[in-house]
Unconditional design. Structure first.
Length: 258
């Protein structure tokens, strides 16, 4: 596909949701103004932007704290998920024994585990990183295991007949072949990592967007809560876009979709 075709395809995929968001914000602004809704109940988008700009310095400090926590937790969660996938893939008995337990672990709400982690490990950064790790590792592990099982059997048999070692087969065939599925899981984990950081800050923190939201809830500052939500959405989108660009750079053999 030529560059002009790519740009046209990109624009066609971007402008419909962009227009939909603008329409939604315009309808929100008009409804609040026409119905004279109290700002503490549902602030207008213009008021949210105005108050958010007024607290730029404070919001920036809390946002940076959340970014640091998110990136650290995302890195640990992604590495944990990949490690689990590799171990379970190479040891089938462990996969049969532990895979159902991995699925079962996702039925426990993270918000319920958070207080226990705080009791066991205190109110430092460790329990917060554990919360984000628990949120992130599962989609990465499942996607990676799925990718590793989809290796081309013809190439696998050829390498085995050629005398390639188990490590060589994994590094040169299984792992590269699984990258598209791995990145699918990593993109999900990237967006979940921001949510995990916010939940961790709700449970116990002295800084961060989650902590900031709790303060504004106590003050009935709905406008600033919406401003914080806007920052959370932006961070999630940025995380997704960064992983998407990394995927395009690493998985160059993947054919372009028309």
């Amino acid at each position: 596909m030529n560059p002009k075709g790519k740009n046209a395809s990109w624009w066609k995929s971007v402008w419909p949701p962009f227009v939909a968001v603008l329409f939604f914000l315009a309808a929100w602004q008009g409804a609040v103004s026409y119905l004279h809704v109290e700002s503490w109940l549902l602030p207008a988008p213009s008021l949210i932007v105005q108050e958010g700009i007024a607290q730029t310095a404070l919001l920036g400090a809390h946002t940076w704290a959340t970014i640091r926590l998110t990136l650290a937790g995302f890195a640990i969660g992604t590495a944990t998920g990949l490690l689990i996938a590799i171990v379970l893939h190479t040891i089938p008995f462990l996969k049969s024994a532990l895979y159902p337990l991995l699925i079962l672990s996702q039925n426990i709400p993270i918000i319920a585990l958070g207080p226990l982690l705080m009791v066991w490990f205190g109110f430092g950064v460790l329990p917060k990183l554990m919360v984000i790790t628990l949120v992130c590792f599962f989609p990465v592990a499942v996607a990676a295991m799925d990718g590793l099982t989809r290796t081309d059997r013809t190439m696998m048999n050829y390498m085995q007949m050629s005398g390639a070692s188990r490590m060589a087969i994994f590094m040169k065939l299984e792992l590269p072949h699984s990258l598209p599925q791995v990145f699918s899981g990593v993109k999900i984990a990237a967006t979940y990592s921001v949510m995990g950081a916010i939940i961790a800050e709700w449970i116990g923190a002295s800084e961060g967007i989650g902590y900031y939201m709790l303060l504004q809830k106590s003050a009935y500052r709905t406008d600033l809560i919406f401003a914080a939500i806007g920052i959370i959405v932006t961070l999630s989108l940025l995380m997704f876009v960064v992983i998407l660009l990394l995927e395009k750079w690493l998985v160059r053999w993947k054919p372009d979709r028309e």
